[in-house]
Design a protein around this ligand. Structure first.
Ligand code: GTP
Ligand code: ZN
Length: 287
């Protein structure tokens, strides 16, 4: 549940145990991560030693969490303004890590009727791709009861631009939490997340990392060939392109480009694909 100062806090059915790792881990260059499933020996009271770590299904670096089931991507309808470019950037990073994305559109209390129509159109476009999309307002407590079930029986990370209301949402869904929000940090005149360690906190029947994930929006680790797989609506058409390994850019008889022409693939998604493609292509090699 938490790693702090050489201790690992392990939750079992009955209690939380303060455990140390063993020298074994140092030799194997393996150290327990928050999110790990471990076996441990109880020493006395609530102290113990971790003896083995079960195989991980994945591991994130920032925040350092293992076995992440899904990423809740929060985008605000307004302030900061709704951006499909930024949303797609998060989606690609999450997809590239083989993690299931869920989209929450926040601050719905701030939108006018006109803006609501635009947001709804985009919501439907993402749903058509197959993504789950929910809208909400923490401030006006709109549709908050729909959010908690998404966390059930899963380990989640929450992702999204600064100021979209990630901390506000978690605090609202679990009033026992007091994750700092922008309001508080501004009034205290100090930065957030300065000396933070990662901890899994309870939301309903699930667990969430209390530190946002995917804060770096660079496609550092993503190869050009892997990009279209991060767009499910493109991945689904790949086998219909004339050329195997079609990149959907200049190739003839490309099923993706054909689908864009008839609006079966949303043109804005394809434009973002091309933009990210350029970005990865222009990436400076690092040594
Ligand atoms: N109107 C409105 N304001 C909200 C809502 N949710 C959050 N806010 C406000 O938006 C600001 C930012 O909220 P935070 O929860 O700190 O945002 P965050 O995403 O955690 O930001 P970082 O920690 O910087 O990543 C705060 O002033 C909140 O009060 C909402 O549903 N409606
Ligand atoms: Zn193609």
């Amino acid at each position: 549940m938490k790693a702090l100062s050489g201790f690992y806090y392990v939750k079992s059915a009955d209690s939380v145990y303060q455990c140390r790792g063993r020298g074994l881990f140092r030799k194997k260059k393996l150290s327990p991560l928050v999110g790990d499933i471990v076996e441990f020996d109880i020493q006395e009271d609530n102290d113990g030693y971790i003896t083995s770590i079960h195989e991980r299904k994945n591991e994130l670096r920032r925040p350092a969490v293992a076995n992440v089931d899904q990423a809740i991507i929060v985008v605000s309808a307004k302030e900061p303004s709704f951006s499909t470019l930024l949303l797609d950037r998060f989606l690609v990073l999450v997809e590239a890590n083989d993690i299931q994305p869920i989209i929450f559109i926040s601050k719905m209390d701030k939108v006018s009727t006109e803006e609501l129509q635009e947001i709804t159109t985009y919501q439907e476009a993402y749903q058509a791709i197959g993504y789950q999309v929910e809208t909400l307002s923490v401030e006006k407590e709109i549709d908050l009861n729909k959010m908690a079930p998404y966390f059930s029986d899963k380990i989640s990370v929450i992702a999204g631009q600064s100021g979209v209301g990630k901390s506000s949402l978690l605090n609202k869904l679990n009033p026992a939490l007091s994750i700092e929000t922008n309001d508080i940090s501004l009034s205290l005149g100090r930065g957030k997340h300065t000396t933070r360690h990662v901890e899994l906190v309870a939301i309903g029947e699930g667990l969430v990392a209390d530190t946002p994930g995917f804060s770096s929006l660079e496609f550092d680790a993503l190869a050009l060939e892997g990009l279209s797989a991060c767009f499910p609506e493109m991945a689904a058409r790949q086998q219909d392109c004339k050329f195997r390994g079609c990149m959907h850019v200049n190739e003839p008889k490309c099923a993706v480009k054909q689908a864009v022409e008839v609006n079966e693939i949303a043109p804005f998604r394809y434009e973002h694909y091309l933009q990210f493609y350029q970005e990865i292509q222009n990436r400076k090699p690092r040594y």
